[in-house]
Design a binder for this molecule. Structure first.
Ligand SMILES: Nc1nc2c(ncn2[C@@H]2O[C@H](COP(=O)(O)OP(=O)(O)O)[C@@H](O)[C@H]2O)c(=O)[nH]1
Ligand SMILES: [Mg+2]
Length: 213
């Protein structure tokens, strides 16, 4: 059976849960598919992606948190993207048109201007020939789901996030993968939460075009 690879960029405002989401995904896939993920970096080995530009830190080396994992039919490289544009140099520029982005939004507080700024960094990147804007395929993950159960309020925040993406030129389909997740619960080993994570990843895989086709 063919195996497809996806690069997945986690983008979002500082403090909205990117690192927690990456850690939770690593726990879920390792727990559920240990056969496919025997040698993976585990959630407790992940380091927090830096937020400030290296040049502001006196030339300190560039660092980005990356997690490789597998699910049936797919391998993934998940990038916990810092909220500054230097991280883009570490992504494969040719791969950007097929990069799958997860916009991470704190579900307790909603999207902010920093959410838009973080996404804009990715969306404005050019492909190798310098001409085509590489607008990635984007799913939306609301974190802190344990802190906001009210369906009406969730609906309002979803609309706000959709409006921000539309302002950035990303067309918004009603069936775009959107999930309310609690990385905190997934990291505690909550089984229902793990199912929700896997459902979200599966929905995104089915929604976005397969690479190489
Ligand atoms: N209650 C709750 N807190 C969370 C959840 N996910 C993340 N957090 C907390 O939110 C804060 C910011 O998360 P972090 O992953 O560091 O954000 P980042 O800056 O985007 O990487 C941390 O204190 C996390 O523990 C969640 O699902 N529920
Ligand atoms: Mg972080």
């Amino acid at each position: 059976m063919p195996i497809y690879h996806r690069d997945v960029a986690l983008v979002g405002a500082q403090g909205h849960g990117r690192t927690s989401l990456a850690a939770a995904i690593s726990r879920v896939v390792r727990d559920r598919r240990p056969d496919l993920n025997a040698g993976m970096t585990t959630f407790d080995q992940l380091h927090d992606a830096p937020t400030h530009a290296p040049r502001e830190q006196g030339g300190m080396g560039f660092a980005m948190s990356r997690l490789d994992y597998s699910l049936p039919m797919q391998t993934y490289s998940l990038f916990d993207c810092p909220t500054y544009d230097d991280y883009l140099t570490a992504l494969d520029q040719d791969a950007l048109p097929r990069t799958w982005a997860i916009l991470v939004v704190n579900g307790a507080t909603g999207p902010t201007d920093a959410t838009s700024d973080a996404f804009r960094l990715l969306a404005r990147t050019k492909t190798a020939d310098g001409s085509t804007p590489a607008t990635p395929h984007v799913a939306i993950a609301f974190t802190h789901a344990d802190q906001l159960a009210d369906e009406g309020k969730r609906e309002t925040l979803s609309r706000q996030a959709a409006a921000r993406l539309m302002q950035l030129g990303v067309t918004f389909n009603a069936d775009r993968p959107t999930a309310w997740l609690s990385p905190a619960k997934a990291l505690d080993g909550d089984m229902e939460e793990a199912d929700r994570f896997l459902g979200f990843l599966k929905a995104a895989d089915e929604f976005f075009p397969r690479p190489g086709r």
